[in-house]
Design a protein around this ligand. Structure first.
Ligand code: AMP
Ligand code: MG
Length: 569
Protein backbone atom coordinates (compact mmCIF):
# COMPACT_ATOMS: atom_id res chain seq x y z
CA UNK A 1 0.00 0.00 0.00
CA UNK A 2 1.45 3.40 -0.88
CA UNK A 3 0.54 5.55 2.09
CA UNK A 4 3.11 8.27 1.57
CA UNK A 5 5.15 7.16 4.59
CA UNK A 6 8.96 7.13 4.34
CA UNK A 7 10.38 3.64 3.90
CA UNK A 8 11.75 2.16 7.16
CA UNK A 9 15.49 1.75 7.64
CA UNK A 10 16.67 -1.80 6.92
CA UNK A 11 16.22 -3.95 10.01
CA UNK A 12 13.58 -1.65 11.44
CA UNK A 13 10.02 -2.93 11.56
CA UNK A 14 7.64 -1.41 9.04
CA UNK A 15 5.45 1.15 10.84
CA UNK A 16 1.67 0.92 11.02
CA UNK A 17 -0.40 2.63 8.33
CA UNK A 18 -0.38 5.93 10.24
CA UNK A 19 3.37 5.84 10.75
CA UNK A 20 3.23 4.61 14.39
CA UNK A 21 6.24 2.60 15.48
CA UNK A 22 5.38 -0.98 16.30
CA UNK A 23 6.88 -2.57 19.41
CA UNK A 24 8.83 -5.77 18.87
CA UNK A 25 6.32 -8.26 20.35
CA UNK A 26 3.71 -6.98 17.92
CA UNK A 27 6.07 -6.60 14.96
CA UNK A 28 7.00 -10.26 15.42
CA UNK A 29 3.40 -11.41 14.76
CA UNK A 30 2.97 -12.95 11.33
CA UNK A 31 -0.14 -12.66 9.21
CA UNK A 32 -1.23 -15.10 6.51
CA UNK A 33 -4.48 -13.85 5.07
CA UNK A 34 -5.56 -16.94 3.19
CA UNK A 35 -9.21 -16.02 2.79
CA UNK A 36 -8.41 -12.91 0.77
CA UNK A 37 -5.24 -14.29 -0.82
CA UNK A 38 -6.66 -17.57 -2.09
CA UNK A 39 -10.27 -16.62 -2.91
CA UNK A 40 -11.75 -14.01 -5.26
CA UNK A 41 -11.94 -10.52 -3.76
CA UNK A 42 -14.24 -7.76 -4.94
CA UNK A 43 -12.21 -5.54 -7.32
CA UNK A 44 -13.97 -2.44 -6.02
CA UNK A 45 -13.18 -0.79 -2.67
CA UNK A 46 -16.18 1.49 -2.81
CA UNK A 47 -17.97 1.44 0.55
CA UNK A 48 -21.49 2.33 -0.58
CA UNK A 49 -24.10 -0.46 -0.23
CA UNK A 50 -24.09 -2.63 -3.32
CA UNK A 51 -24.41 -6.17 -4.63
CA UNK A 52 -21.05 -7.90 -4.93
CA UNK A 53 -20.89 -10.84 -7.29
CA UNK A 54 -18.10 -13.25 -8.14
CA UNK A 55 -16.25 -12.48 -4.91
CA UNK A 56 -16.29 -13.66 -1.30
CA UNK A 57 -15.03 -10.48 0.31
CA UNK A 58 -14.38 -6.78 -0.19
CA UNK A 59 -11.37 -4.89 1.06
CA UNK A 60 -12.37 -2.13 3.45
CA UNK A 61 -10.49 -0.06 5.93
CA UNK A 62 -12.02 0.36 9.40
CA UNK A 63 -13.20 3.87 10.26
CA UNK A 64 -10.78 5.59 12.59
CA UNK A 65 -12.30 6.12 16.05
CA UNK A 66 -11.90 9.46 17.83
CA UNK A 67 -10.63 8.28 21.19
CA UNK A 68 -10.13 4.52 21.46
CA UNK A 69 -9.68 3.02 24.93
CA UNK A 70 -9.15 -0.63 25.65
CA UNK A 71 -11.44 -1.53 28.54
CA UNK A 72 -11.03 -5.30 28.83
CA UNK A 73 -9.27 -8.21 27.21
CA UNK A 74 -9.28 -11.97 27.62
CA UNK A 75 -5.77 -12.99 28.63
CA UNK A 76 -6.15 -16.64 27.59
CA UNK A 77 -7.09 -15.57 24.08
CA UNK A 78 -4.14 -13.18 23.96
CA UNK A 79 -1.85 -15.99 25.10
CA UNK A 80 -3.15 -18.36 22.46
CA UNK A 81 -2.51 -15.72 19.83
CA UNK A 82 0.99 -15.04 21.09
CA UNK A 83 0.16 -11.43 21.99
CA UNK A 84 2.63 -10.96 24.83
CA UNK A 85 1.51 -9.75 28.27
CA UNK A 86 3.59 -6.54 28.01
CA UNK A 87 1.53 -5.42 25.00
CA UNK A 88 -1.50 -5.09 27.28
CA UNK A 89 0.39 -3.04 29.87
CA UNK A 90 3.30 -1.09 28.34
CA UNK A 91 1.67 -0.66 24.92
CA UNK A 92 -1.97 -0.52 25.92
CA UNK A 93 -2.76 2.64 23.94
CA UNK A 94 -1.37 1.16 20.75
CA UNK A 95 -3.32 -2.06 21.35
CA UNK A 96 -6.48 0.02 21.76
CA UNK A 97 -5.76 1.67 18.43
CA UNK A 98 -5.02 -1.62 16.66
CA UNK A 99 -8.09 -3.33 18.10
CA UNK A 100 -10.40 -0.54 16.99
CA UNK A 101 -8.92 -0.18 13.53
CA UNK A 102 -7.34 3.20 14.24
CA UNK A 103 -4.08 1.79 12.95
CA UNK A 104 -3.64 -1.10 10.56
CA UNK A 105 -0.49 -3.16 11.05
CA UNK A 106 1.73 -4.29 8.20
CA UNK A 107 0.65 -7.76 7.18
CA UNK A 108 -3.03 -7.15 7.94
CA UNK A 109 -5.41 -6.95 4.97
CA UNK A 110 -8.78 -5.75 6.27
CA UNK A 111 -11.87 -7.08 4.54
CA UNK A 112 -15.58 -7.69 4.93
CA UNK A 113 -16.99 -11.08 3.92
CA UNK A 114 -19.76 -11.53 1.41
CA UNK A 115 -22.49 -14.02 2.32
CA UNK A 116 -26.25 -14.48 2.21
CA UNK A 117 -28.73 -16.20 4.44
CA UNK A 118 -32.21 -17.15 5.49
CA UNK A 119 -33.51 -14.73 8.09
CA UNK A 120 -36.42 -16.04 10.16
CA UNK A 121 -37.10 -18.67 7.53
CA UNK A 122 -37.03 -16.37 4.49
CA UNK A 123 -34.28 -16.11 1.93
CA UNK A 124 -32.76 -12.64 2.37
CA UNK A 125 -30.26 -12.62 -0.48
CA UNK A 126 -26.90 -10.95 0.03
CA UNK A 127 -26.20 -9.91 3.62
CA UNK A 128 -22.46 -9.90 4.28
CA UNK A 129 -20.38 -8.32 7.03
CA UNK A 130 -22.24 -5.06 7.48
CA UNK A 131 -20.61 -4.21 10.77
CA UNK A 132 -17.63 -6.51 10.94
CA UNK A 133 -14.21 -6.15 9.39
CA UNK A 134 -11.63 -8.94 9.48
CA UNK A 135 -8.17 -7.50 10.09
CA UNK A 136 -6.37 -10.60 8.88
CA UNK A 137 -5.35 -14.11 9.85
CA UNK A 138 -2.81 -14.23 12.63
CA UNK A 139 -0.32 -17.09 12.67
CA UNK A 140 -0.41 -18.44 16.23
CA UNK A 141 2.62 -19.67 18.16
CA UNK A 142 1.25 -23.17 17.58
CA UNK A 143 1.41 -22.61 13.81
CA UNK A 144 -2.37 -22.40 13.32
CA UNK A 145 -4.24 -19.41 11.97
CA UNK A 146 -6.90 -17.35 13.68
CA UNK A 147 -8.91 -14.60 12.04
CA UNK A 148 -9.16 -11.39 14.06
CA UNK A 149 -12.33 -9.50 13.29
CA UNK A 150 -13.53 -6.14 14.57
CA UNK A 151 -17.25 -5.93 15.18
CA UNK A 152 -18.49 -2.37 14.86
CA UNK A 153 -15.59 -0.79 12.94
CA UNK A 154 -17.70 1.11 10.42
CA UNK A 155 -19.54 0.65 7.15
CA UNK A 156 -18.74 -1.83 4.42
CA UNK A 157 -20.40 -2.54 1.06
CA UNK A 158 -22.64 -4.91 3.05
CA UNK A 159 -23.98 -2.39 5.55
CA UNK A 160 -27.18 -1.86 3.55
CA UNK A 161 -29.06 0.96 5.30
CA UNK A 162 -27.15 0.69 8.58
CA UNK A 163 -24.05 2.43 9.93
CA UNK A 164 -21.62 -0.43 10.56
CA UNK A 165 -21.05 0.53 14.18
CA UNK A 166 -21.83 -1.24 17.45
CA UNK A 167 -22.88 0.12 20.81
CA UNK A 168 -21.32 -0.58 24.16
CA UNK A 169 -24.19 -2.64 25.57
CA UNK A 170 -24.15 -5.17 22.75
CA UNK A 171 -20.35 -5.26 22.74
CA UNK A 172 -20.20 -5.99 26.47
CA UNK A 173 -22.72 -8.76 25.91
CA UNK A 174 -20.75 -10.30 23.07
CA UNK A 175 -17.43 -10.01 24.89
CA UNK A 176 -18.66 -11.62 28.10
CA UNK A 177 -20.81 -14.29 26.52
CA UNK A 178 -18.14 -15.54 24.12
CA UNK A 179 -15.80 -16.12 27.00
CA UNK A 180 -18.52 -17.55 29.27
CA UNK A 181 -19.44 -20.08 26.59
CA UNK A 182 -15.84 -21.07 26.04
CA UNK A 183 -15.30 -21.74 29.72
CA UNK A 184 -18.52 -23.74 29.83
CA UNK A 185 -16.93 -26.00 27.24
CA UNK A 186 -19.25 -24.98 24.41
CA UNK A 187 -17.59 -24.29 21.04
CA UNK A 188 -17.65 -20.57 20.30
CA UNK A 189 -15.86 -17.71 18.63
CA UNK A 190 -13.65 -16.04 21.22
CA UNK A 191 -13.40 -12.42 22.26
CA UNK A 192 -9.91 -10.98 22.45
CA UNK A 193 -10.82 -7.47 23.51
CA UNK A 194 -13.44 -4.88 24.27
CA UNK A 195 -12.69 -1.25 23.46
CA UNK A 196 -14.71 1.95 23.40
CA UNK A 197 -14.28 4.23 20.42
CA UNK A 198 -15.04 7.61 21.94
CA UNK A 199 -17.77 8.10 19.33
CA UNK A 200 -21.52 8.10 19.80
CA UNK A 201 -23.78 5.72 17.93
CA UNK A 202 -27.49 6.41 17.67
CA UNK A 203 -29.81 3.46 18.29
CA UNK A 204 -33.52 2.97 18.69
CA UNK A 205 -33.18 0.08 21.09
CA UNK A 206 -36.74 -1.22 20.78
CA UNK A 207 -37.66 0.20 17.40
CA UNK A 208 -40.25 2.30 19.22
CA UNK A 209 -39.32 5.73 17.94
CA UNK A 210 -36.97 6.57 20.81
CA UNK A 211 -33.47 6.75 19.34
CA UNK A 212 -30.69 7.89 21.64
CA UNK A 213 -26.93 8.32 21.29
CA UNK A 214 -24.99 5.54 22.94
CA UNK A 215 -21.27 4.95 23.44
CA UNK A 216 -19.68 3.15 20.48
CA UNK A 217 -17.56 0.08 21.12
CA UNK A 218 -15.71 -2.66 19.29
CA UNK A 219 -15.13 -6.29 20.17
CA UNK A 220 -12.26 -8.08 18.49
CA UNK A 221 -13.58 -11.57 17.77
CA UNK A 222 -11.41 -14.55 17.05
CA UNK A 223 -12.22 -17.66 15.06
CA UNK A 224 -10.33 -19.91 12.63
CA UNK A 225 -12.57 -18.36 9.99
CA UNK A 226 -15.90 -16.56 9.86
CA UNK A 227 -17.28 -18.74 7.07
CA UNK A 228 -20.99 -19.33 7.61
CA UNK A 229 -23.72 -21.52 6.15
CA UNK A 230 -24.77 -18.40 4.27
CA UNK A 231 -21.31 -18.09 2.71
CA UNK A 232 -22.19 -21.15 0.61
CA UNK A 233 -25.79 -20.19 0.12
CA UNK A 234 -25.06 -16.90 -1.63
CA UNK A 235 -23.00 -18.24 -4.57
CA UNK A 236 -25.39 -21.22 -4.80
CA UNK A 237 -28.39 -18.86 -5.02
CA UNK A 238 -26.66 -17.06 -7.90
CA UNK A 239 -25.85 -20.31 -9.68
CA UNK A 240 -22.19 -19.35 -9.38
CA UNK A 241 -20.90 -22.92 -9.19
CA UNK A 242 -17.34 -21.84 -9.76
CA UNK A 243 -17.27 -19.58 -6.73
CA UNK A 244 -19.19 -22.16 -4.70
CA UNK A 245 -16.61 -24.84 -5.55
CA UNK A 246 -13.72 -22.47 -4.84
CA UNK A 247 -15.12 -21.73 -1.39
CA UNK A 248 -15.84 -25.39 -0.61
CA UNK A 249 -12.40 -26.54 -1.78
CA UNK A 250 -10.72 -23.79 0.20
CA UNK A 251 -12.74 -24.52 3.34
CA UNK A 252 -12.10 -28.24 3.23
CA UNK A 253 -8.40 -27.94 2.49
CA UNK A 254 -7.78 -25.29 5.12
CA UNK A 255 -10.03 -26.46 7.93
CA UNK A 256 -11.07 -30.06 7.32
CA UNK A 257 -7.66 -31.61 6.71
CA UNK A 258 -8.77 -35.11 7.61
CA UNK A 259 -11.51 -35.07 4.99
CA UNK A 260 -9.15 -33.55 2.44
CA UNK A 261 -6.71 -36.38 3.13
CA UNK A 262 -9.36 -39.05 2.81
CA UNK A 263 -11.20 -37.98 -0.34
CA UNK A 264 -9.59 -36.65 -3.52
CA UNK A 265 -10.24 -33.03 -4.50
CA UNK A 266 -13.44 -32.37 -6.43
CA UNK A 267 -15.11 -35.67 -5.56
CA UNK A 268 -18.72 -35.71 -4.39
CA UNK A 269 -17.59 -37.81 -1.40
CA UNK A 270 -15.36 -35.00 -0.22
CA UNK A 271 -18.16 -32.43 -0.20
CA UNK A 272 -20.59 -34.88 1.37
CA UNK A 273 -18.09 -35.76 4.11
CA UNK A 274 -17.60 -32.06 4.75
CA UNK A 275 -21.32 -31.56 5.17
CA UNK A 276 -21.59 -34.56 7.48
CA UNK A 277 -18.88 -33.08 9.67
CA UNK A 278 -20.58 -29.67 9.79
CA UNK A 279 -23.79 -31.43 10.83
CA UNK A 280 -21.94 -33.29 13.57
CA UNK A 281 -20.24 -30.22 15.07
CA UNK A 282 -23.40 -28.12 14.75
CA UNK A 283 -25.32 -30.72 16.72
CA UNK A 284 -22.68 -30.83 19.44
CA UNK A 285 -22.82 -27.03 19.68
CA UNK A 286 -26.61 -26.81 19.89
CA UNK A 287 -26.74 -29.56 22.47
CA UNK A 288 -24.20 -27.58 24.47
CA UNK A 289 -26.64 -24.66 24.37
CA UNK A 290 -29.49 -26.90 25.52
CA UNK A 291 -27.45 -28.27 28.38
CA UNK A 292 -26.74 -24.86 29.89
CA UNK A 293 -29.98 -23.08 28.97
CA UNK A 294 -28.54 -20.75 26.33
CA UNK A 295 -30.87 -19.28 23.74
CA UNK A 296 -29.06 -17.84 20.72
CA UNK A 297 -32.00 -15.74 19.64
CA UNK A 298 -31.15 -15.24 15.92
CA UNK A 299 -30.35 -18.61 14.40
CA UNK A 300 -30.48 -17.32 10.85
CA UNK A 301 -28.31 -19.28 8.42
CA UNK A 302 -25.88 -16.37 8.20
CA UNK A 303 -25.35 -16.73 11.94
CA UNK A 304 -24.24 -20.37 11.85
CA UNK A 305 -20.53 -21.05 11.51
CA UNK A 306 -19.28 -23.95 9.43
CA UNK A 307 -16.88 -24.68 12.30
CA UNK A 308 -19.77 -25.54 14.60
CA UNK A 309 -18.89 -22.69 16.91
CA UNK A 310 -21.41 -20.30 18.42
CA UNK A 311 -21.25 -17.04 16.52
CA UNK A 312 -22.96 -13.65 16.48
CA UNK A 313 -24.02 -12.90 20.00
CA UNK A 314 -26.96 -10.55 19.57
CA UNK A 315 -30.29 -10.83 21.36
CA UNK A 316 -29.28 -14.04 23.13
CA UNK A 317 -30.37 -14.94 26.63
CA UNK A 318 -30.15 -17.55 29.34
CA UNK A 319 -33.12 -19.41 30.68
CA UNK A 320 -34.06 -18.30 34.14
CA UNK A 321 -37.31 -20.15 34.70
CA UNK A 322 -37.17 -23.38 32.71
CA UNK A 323 -39.44 -22.69 29.74
CA UNK A 324 -38.92 -24.38 26.37
CA UNK A 325 -41.01 -21.65 24.73
CA UNK A 326 -38.86 -18.76 25.87
CA UNK A 327 -36.95 -16.44 23.56
CA UNK A 328 -35.19 -13.24 24.59
CA UNK A 329 -35.54 -11.73 21.11
CA UNK A 330 -38.41 -9.24 20.88
CA UNK A 331 -38.00 -9.18 17.10
CA UNK A 332 -39.08 -12.84 17.18
CA UNK A 333 -41.81 -12.42 19.81
CA UNK A 334 -44.74 -13.36 17.57
CA UNK A 335 -43.58 -16.67 16.17
CA UNK A 336 -40.83 -17.44 18.64
CA UNK A 337 -39.06 -19.35 15.90
CA UNK A 338 -35.81 -19.31 17.83
CA UNK A 339 -37.18 -20.28 21.24
CA UNK A 340 -35.07 -22.43 23.54
CA UNK A 341 -36.83 -25.74 22.95
CA UNK A 342 -36.79 -25.35 19.19
CA UNK A 343 -33.06 -24.81 18.69
CA UNK A 344 -32.06 -28.35 17.67
CA UNK A 345 -34.86 -28.37 15.07
CA UNK A 346 -33.83 -24.97 13.75
CA UNK A 347 -30.23 -26.15 13.38
CA UNK A 348 -31.63 -29.10 11.44
CA UNK A 349 -33.57 -26.75 9.17
CA UNK A 350 -30.48 -24.60 8.69
CA UNK A 351 -28.40 -27.64 7.80
CA UNK A 352 -31.01 -28.50 5.20
CA UNK A 353 -30.43 -25.09 3.62
CA UNK A 354 -26.67 -25.65 3.63
CA UNK A 355 -27.24 -29.07 2.06
CA UNK A 356 -29.34 -27.47 -0.68
CA UNK A 357 -26.50 -25.08 -1.40
CA UNK A 358 -24.04 -27.96 -1.73
CA UNK A 359 -26.16 -30.05 -4.12
CA UNK A 360 -24.41 -28.68 -7.24
CA UNK A 361 -21.08 -29.90 -5.83
CA UNK A 362 -22.25 -33.30 -4.65
CA UNK A 363 -24.28 -33.84 -7.79
CA UNK A 364 -26.87 -35.86 -5.91
CA UNK A 365 -29.06 -35.36 -2.89
CA UNK A 366 -28.77 -38.81 -1.29
CA UNK A 367 -25.47 -38.42 0.60
CA UNK A 368 -26.63 -35.07 1.95
CA UNK A 369 -30.00 -36.52 2.85
CA UNK A 370 -28.23 -39.29 4.71
CA UNK A 371 -26.24 -36.80 6.74
CA UNK A 372 -29.41 -34.86 7.54
CA UNK A 373 -31.07 -38.05 8.73
CA UNK A 374 -27.96 -38.84 10.75
CA UNK A 375 -28.38 -35.49 12.46
CA UNK A 376 -31.96 -36.38 13.35
CA UNK A 377 -31.12 -39.75 14.86
CA UNK A 378 -27.99 -38.51 16.67
CA UNK A 379 -30.03 -35.66 18.06
CA UNK A 380 -32.58 -37.98 19.61
CA UNK A 381 -29.93 -40.17 21.12
CA UNK A 382 -27.49 -37.48 22.28
CA UNK A 383 -30.12 -35.16 23.66
CA UNK A 384 -31.50 -37.89 25.89
CA UNK A 385 -28.02 -38.82 27.01
CA UNK A 386 -27.26 -35.22 28.00
CA UNK A 387 -30.40 -34.91 30.09
CA UNK A 388 -29.71 -38.23 31.77
CA UNK A 389 -26.24 -36.96 32.63
CA UNK A 390 -27.65 -33.70 33.94
CA UNK A 391 -29.83 -35.56 36.41
CA UNK A 392 -27.10 -38.02 37.39
CA UNK A 393 -28.62 -40.99 35.55
CA UNK A 394 -25.95 -41.18 32.87
CA UNK A 395 -24.69 -44.60 33.91
CA UNK A 396 -27.86 -46.48 34.83
CA UNK A 397 -28.61 -49.57 32.75
CA UNK A 398 -32.28 -48.83 32.34
CA UNK A 399 -31.92 -45.78 30.08
CA UNK A 400 -35.61 -45.91 29.16
CA UNK A 401 -36.64 -45.54 32.80
CA UNK A 402 -34.19 -42.64 33.11
CA UNK A 403 -35.64 -40.96 30.02
CA UNK A 404 -39.11 -41.30 31.47
CA UNK A 405 -38.00 -39.60 34.68
CA UNK A 406 -36.47 -36.78 32.63
CA UNK A 407 -39.75 -36.29 30.75
CA UNK A 408 -41.61 -36.12 34.04
CA UNK A 409 -39.06 -33.64 35.32
CA UNK A 410 -39.70 -31.31 32.38
CA UNK A 411 -43.37 -31.25 33.36
CA UNK A 412 -42.45 -30.51 36.95
CA UNK A 413 -40.11 -27.71 36.00
CA UNK A 414 -42.75 -25.88 33.99
CA UNK A 415 -45.47 -26.41 36.59
CA UNK A 416 -44.00 -23.62 38.72
CA UNK A 417 -41.37 -21.09 37.70
CA UNK A 418 -38.13 -22.91 38.43
CA UNK A 419 -34.66 -21.54 37.77
CA UNK A 420 -32.99 -24.01 35.43
CA UNK A 421 -29.39 -23.39 36.44
CA UNK A 422 -30.04 -23.45 40.17
CA UNK A 423 -32.34 -26.47 40.01
CA UNK A 424 -29.88 -28.72 38.22
CA UNK A 425 -26.96 -27.57 40.29
CA UNK A 426 -28.84 -28.13 43.54
CA UNK A 427 -30.08 -31.51 42.42
CA UNK A 428 -26.56 -32.77 43.06
CA UNK A 429 -26.94 -31.61 46.68
CA UNK A 430 -30.03 -33.80 46.96
CA UNK A 431 -28.00 -36.65 45.52
CA UNK A 432 -25.15 -36.05 47.94
CA UNK A 433 -27.52 -36.22 50.88
CA UNK A 434 -28.33 -39.79 49.88
CA UNK A 435 -24.96 -40.62 51.42
CA UNK A 436 -25.91 -38.83 54.61
CA UNK A 437 -26.04 -40.41 58.06
CA UNK A 438 -28.98 -42.61 58.91
CA UNK A 439 -29.89 -43.18 55.31
CA UNK A 440 -29.82 -46.32 53.32
CA UNK A 441 -26.86 -46.05 50.91
CA UNK A 442 -28.53 -48.48 48.54
CA UNK A 443 -31.08 -45.77 47.93
CA UNK A 444 -34.14 -47.63 49.10
CA UNK A 445 -34.70 -45.22 51.99
CA UNK A 446 -37.23 -42.50 51.27
CA UNK A 447 -34.94 -39.66 52.37
CA UNK A 448 -37.35 -38.20 54.93
CA UNK A 449 -40.49 -36.10 54.56
CA UNK A 450 -41.34 -34.12 51.45
CA UNK A 451 -40.19 -30.79 52.83
CA UNK A 452 -36.73 -31.96 53.86
CA UNK A 453 -36.25 -33.82 50.62
CA UNK A 454 -37.11 -30.77 48.52
CA UNK A 455 -35.27 -28.33 50.83
CA UNK A 456 -31.95 -28.24 48.87
CA UNK A 457 -33.91 -27.08 45.82
CA UNK A 458 -35.66 -24.16 47.54
CA UNK A 459 -33.42 -21.52 45.96
CA UNK A 460 -34.52 -22.58 42.49
CA UNK A 461 -38.17 -21.60 42.90
CA UNK A 462 -39.39 -18.13 42.00
CA UNK A 463 -42.58 -18.66 44.01
CA UNK A 464 -43.04 -20.10 47.46
CA UNK A 465 -43.34 -23.86 47.02
CA UNK A 466 -43.83 -24.69 50.70
CA UNK A 467 -45.61 -27.93 51.40
CA UNK A 468 -48.02 -27.73 48.48
CA UNK A 469 -48.62 -29.96 45.53
CA UNK A 470 -45.38 -29.04 43.74
CA UNK A 471 -43.37 -30.08 46.79
CA UNK A 472 -45.24 -33.37 47.00
CA UNK A 473 -44.82 -34.20 43.32
CA UNK A 474 -41.17 -33.17 43.42
CA UNK A 475 -40.52 -35.28 46.49
CA UNK A 476 -42.16 -38.24 44.80
CA UNK A 477 -39.97 -37.68 41.74
CA UNK A 478 -36.85 -37.39 43.92
CA UNK A 479 -37.59 -40.68 45.66
CA UNK A 480 -37.95 -42.53 42.37
CA UNK A 481 -34.90 -40.72 41.03
CA UNK A 482 -32.87 -41.79 44.04
CA UNK A 483 -33.92 -45.42 43.65
CA UNK A 484 -33.03 -45.52 39.95
CA UNK A 485 -29.77 -43.60 40.44
CA UNK A 486 -28.61 -46.13 43.04
CA UNK A 487 -28.71 -48.87 40.41
CA UNK A 488 -25.54 -47.51 38.77
CA UNK A 489 -23.50 -48.78 41.72
CA UNK A 490 -21.62 -45.51 42.19
CA UNK A 491 -21.26 -43.80 45.56
CA UNK A 492 -23.66 -40.85 45.61
CA UNK A 493 -20.75 -38.42 46.03
CA UNK A 494 -19.21 -39.57 42.80
CA UNK A 495 -22.51 -39.24 40.97
CA UNK A 496 -23.00 -35.75 42.36
CA UNK A 497 -19.52 -34.70 41.29
CA UNK A 498 -20.21 -35.91 37.75
CA UNK A 499 -23.43 -33.87 37.76
CA UNK A 500 -21.51 -30.77 38.81
CA UNK A 501 -19.32 -31.11 35.75
CA UNK A 502 -22.29 -30.72 33.39
CA UNK A 503 -24.47 -28.39 35.47
CA UNK A 504 -22.79 -25.00 35.83
CA UNK A 505 -23.12 -22.93 39.00
CA UNK A 506 -22.48 -19.72 37.08
CA UNK A 507 -23.90 -18.58 33.77
CA UNK A 508 -24.10 -15.09 32.28
CA UNK A 509 -27.50 -14.32 33.72
CA UNK A 510 -29.32 -11.71 31.68
CA UNK A 511 -29.59 -9.24 34.54
CA UNK A 512 -25.91 -9.65 35.51
CA UNK A 513 -24.85 -8.68 32.00
CA UNK A 514 -27.21 -5.69 32.22
CA UNK A 515 -25.76 -4.56 35.56
CA UNK A 516 -22.27 -4.72 34.06
CA UNK A 517 -23.54 -2.66 31.11
CA UNK A 518 -25.15 -0.05 33.38
CA UNK A 519 -21.81 0.41 35.15
CA UNK A 520 -19.86 0.38 31.88
CA UNK A 521 -22.07 3.12 30.44
CA UNK A 522 -20.98 5.16 33.48
CA UNK A 523 -17.36 4.37 32.55
CA UNK A 524 -16.90 1.75 35.25
CA UNK A 525 -15.67 -1.54 33.83
CA UNK A 526 -14.91 -3.30 37.10
CA UNK A 527 -18.12 -5.30 36.90
CA UNK A 528 -17.22 -6.51 33.39
CA UNK A 529 -13.87 -7.68 34.77
CA UNK A 530 -15.45 -9.31 37.81
CA UNK A 531 -17.99 -11.19 35.71
CA UNK A 532 -15.30 -12.32 33.31
CA UNK A 533 -13.33 -13.67 36.27
CA UNK A 534 -16.32 -15.53 37.76
CA UNK A 535 -17.30 -16.98 34.40
CA UNK A 536 -13.83 -18.42 33.92
CA UNK A 537 -14.74 -21.18 36.37
CA UNK A 538 -18.45 -21.80 35.86
CA UNK A 539 -18.51 -25.31 37.33
CA UNK A 540 -16.66 -24.43 40.55
CA UNK A 541 -18.31 -23.28 43.72
CA UNK A 542 -16.72 -19.92 44.33
CA UNK A 543 -16.99 -18.80 47.95
CA UNK A 544 -17.63 -15.07 48.05
CA UNK A 545 -19.21 -15.03 44.59
CA UNK A 546 -22.55 -16.56 45.56
CA UNK A 547 -24.43 -13.48 44.41
CA UNK A 548 -23.46 -14.23 40.81
CA UNK A 549 -25.24 -17.57 41.11
CA UNK A 550 -28.42 -16.13 42.59
CA UNK A 551 -31.71 -16.21 40.76
CA UNK A 552 -33.01 -13.21 38.89
CA UNK A 553 -34.31 -10.49 41.22
CA UNK A 554 -37.92 -9.48 40.68
CA UNK A 555 -37.01 -6.00 39.33
CA UNK A 556 -35.25 -7.63 36.39
CA UNK A 557 -38.25 -9.66 35.25
CA UNK A 558 -39.50 -7.17 32.69
CA UNK A 559 -36.62 -4.73 32.52
CA UNK A 560 -35.38 -4.10 28.96
CA UNK A 561 -31.98 -5.66 28.45
CA UNK A 562 -32.65 -8.24 31.17
CA UNK A 563 -35.43 -10.25 29.61
CA UNK A 564 -36.14 -8.56 26.31
CA UNK A 565 -33.69 -7.67 23.60
CA UNK A 566 -34.03 -6.67 20.02
CA UNK A 567 -31.74 -7.17 17.05
CA UNK A 568 -30.88 -3.47 17.19
CA UNK A 569 -27.29 -3.07 18.18
P1 AMP B 1 -27.35 -10.24 12.50
O1 AMP B 1 -28.47 -11.18 12.22
O2 AMP B 1 -27.60 -9.33 13.66
O3 AMP B 1 -26.05 -10.97 12.68
O4 AMP B 1 -27.16 -9.26 11.25
C1 AMP B 1 -27.81 -9.44 10.02
C2 AMP B 1 -27.17 -8.61 8.96
O5 AMP B 1 -27.31 -7.22 9.23
C3 AMP B 1 -25.69 -8.86 8.74
O6 AMP B 1 -25.42 -8.73 7.38
C4 AMP B 1 -25.07 -7.74 9.51
O7 AMP B 1 -23.78 -7.44 9.07
C5 AMP B 1 -26.04 -6.59 9.25
N1 AMP B 1 -26.01 -5.59 10.32
C6 AMP B 1 -26.48 -5.69 11.57
N2 AMP B 1 -26.26 -4.58 12.27
C7 AMP B 1 -25.63 -3.71 11.45
C8 AMP B 1 -25.13 -2.38 11.58
N3 AMP B 1 -25.22 -1.71 12.72
N4 AMP B 1 -24.55 -1.84 10.50
C9 AMP B 1 -24.43 -2.51 9.34
N5 AMP B 1 -24.89 -3.74 9.16
C10 AMP B 1 -25.47 -4.35 10.20
MG1 MG C 1 -24.85 -12.03 11.75
Amino acid sequence: MDDGQPAPEPGEPTPADDGSAIPEPLARIRWDNRFVDALPVDPSTEVRPRQVTGALSSRVRPVRPSAPVLVAHAREVADELGLAAELWTDHRDLMARVLTGDVVLPGMDPSAANYGGHQFGNWAGQLGDGRAIALGELVTPGGGRQTLQLKGAGPTPYSRGADGFAVLRSSVREFLCSEAMHHLGIPTTRALSLAVTGDKVVRDMFYDGNPRPEPGAIVCRVSPSFIRFGSFQLPASRQDDELLAALADFTIEEYFAEIAGEHPAGTPERYAAFFTEVARTTLAMVLGWMRVGFVHGVMNTDNLSIHGVTIDYGPYGWLEGFDPGWTPNTTDATHRRYRYGQQPQVAHWNLLQLANALVPLVGATEPLQEAIEGYGSDLQWDERRIWREKVGLGLVDDAAAADELVTELFQLLVSTETDMTIFFRCLSDVVRLADGPGDDPAGSGDGGDDASLVAPLTDAYYDEVGAGEVAATTADWLRRHRALAATDGRPAGERAAAMDRVNPRYVLRNYLAQLAIDAAEGDDFTEVERLLEVLRRPYDDQPGNERYAAKRPEWARERPGCSQLSCSS
